[in-house]
Structure formats: structure tokens, C-alpha cells
Ligand binder design. Structure first.
Ligand SMILES: [Zn+2]
Length: 242
């Protein structure tokens, strides 16, 4: 049975196809992957992502049991990121693959992501990253690209597991300096340089914390977040990451 195998032959990673009418043409090449949670029960989420009146979609949906459903072909522009910005790209939908994770979200009783779901995500994402040569720094959370509006997939998302497979930037193993930023303004400029939209400063700091220092998310610029950001930028400048 043809389960929607595409020209890349990745049908072993994609189990179902339920095409959404919510897409249009890309205006940019794919250079990013954006991860989301649905914050809805399984069936409602799939209904919404394929409802023409809802006007939202993603390329893939992954159930908590690890079933991957294709909603939008990868060459089309899915509608998952909304108003967003990452490293100067403001049409994130045109430049990204969007993946929705079946999850109750913060509103529905925030909890750990199901291991089977992450086990399905890793090979799917690995194939995507390879196909488009996506830089590790461009595998991001919805909260990274829309810090003023979004907090998904949130602080319990297991970035460490993705990093094990080289699918996102790892948390810097060692920090070379204490607090390299003399003031909050310098930190914010560095945060913008790393990729964040800093229009709403506190929200941008929270998004950075949610991703890189999830133990404390308070929007305050402290020495630890300063050191983490500095290390991330240093590694990029040295060509260790991109
Ligand atoms: Zn989202």
C-alpha cells in the first residue's frame, strides 16, 4: 500500500497521510525546523490542523505512540509558526519544516514527552536535517521564533536527546567565563545576534531560558544565562557550530 511515499523514500518514517488544505508556496529554501506541541487531544489536534477554517497546519504530526502523519508535503509552506523571526528570517513558515507533537501542553497538564514520540521524532528529524543541510542552530522551538507569543514545546522538551544525535545545538559543556556581559543591554544585543527577536525583552530572555536553562525561567538576566549565551556565540564564531 502506498502510504504517501515521497521522492525521498522516507515512507518508513511516515506512517499515515492526512493532507491539510492549509498551505501555500514557499518563498525561501528550507533552512530551519520548528518544533511544537499541539495542546489539544489527539483527534482534535488532527482535525484542527486539517480544518480549512482554522488556517493552521504543519508538515508532520507525531502521536504520543510514535505514529507520524504527514499533513503537508515538505516542498509546500505549512502554516505553523505564525508571526515569527529567527536570525533575521521573518517568514519562518517559508524557511522551515514544522513538526507538531501530540501533547496536552501547559494548559492541559504539562508533562514529560512520551519516549515513543521522541523515538519517532529523532529519525524523522535526522532525515530532514540531512535533506536540507539544516544548521543545528536552526532546529528550534516555536518559543524561540515567537518568544512574545509562544512557549511550546516548553521546558520539558528533551533537547538533550536530539543533541545526542547532532540534531540541535547541545548545551555548552563548559562555560569559559562567568558573566561576560556588563549590562542587560549588552546581553540583549547578544541574544539578538544569536537569533532571537528581542522586541519584548523579558519574553525573549524567558524563551532563551526555556531552551537553555530550563531550571529557572524568570526572565531575569543572571550570570549563568549570560555565560551560556556567550559560550554559544563563541562556539559559533570559532566555526564549531553554525
Ligand atoms: Zn507551536
Amino acid at each position: 500500500m502506498d502510504r504517501g511515499a515521497d521522492s525521498f523514500g522516507n515512507d518508513d518514517l511516515v506512517h499515515d497521510e492526512r493532507l491539510s488544505p492549509n498551505f501555500n508556496e514557499r518563498r525561501l529554501p528550507v533552512t530551519m525546523a520548528v518544533l511544537h506541541y499541539t495542546e489539544l487531544p489527539h483527534d482534535e489536534a488532527l482535525d484542527r490542523l486539517t480544518d480549512p477554517d482554522a488556517g493552521v497546519s504543519a508538515h508532520y504530526f507525531i502521536s504520543e505512540q510514535g505514529r507520524v502523519t504527514r499533513l503537508v508535503p515538505e516542498d509546500k509552506r505549512a502554516w505553523h509558526a505564525g508571526i515569527s523571526c529567527w536570525r533575521g528570517v521573518t517568514d519562518v513558515n517559508s524557511a522551515s519544516i514544522g513538526i507538531e507533537l501530540d501533547h496536552p501542553g501547559h494548559a492541559g497538564g504539562y508533562r514529560e514527552f512520551a519516549p515513543a514520540q521522541i523515538d519517532a521524532l529523532i529519525p524523522l528529524l535526522a532525515a530532514i536535517v540531512k535533506r536540507y543541510d539544516i544548521p543545528r542552530a536552526n532546529v528550534v522551538a516555536h518559543s524561540d521564533v515567537a518568544p512574545a507569543r509562544k512557549i511550546d514545546p516548553g521546558e520539558l522538551f528533551p533537547w538533550d536527546r536530539l543533541a545526542e544525535y547532532g540534531l540541535c545545538l547541545p548545551k555548552p559543556a563548559k562555560l569559559e567565563l562567568g558573566d561576560p556581559f556588563q549590562n542587560d543591554g549588552a546581553f540583549m544585543l547578544a541574544l539578538e545576534r544569536f537569533g532571537y527577536d528581542i522586541t519584548e525583552a523579558t519574553k525573549a530572555v524567558e524563551a532563551f531560558q526555556r531552551r537553555w536553562r530550563p531550571e529557572i525561567i524568570d526572565g531575569a538576566i543572571d550570570g549563568q544565562v549570560g555565560a551560556i549565551l556567550f559560550q554559544l556565540l563563541l562556539d559559533r564564531d570559532r566555526g564549531l557550530t553554525r
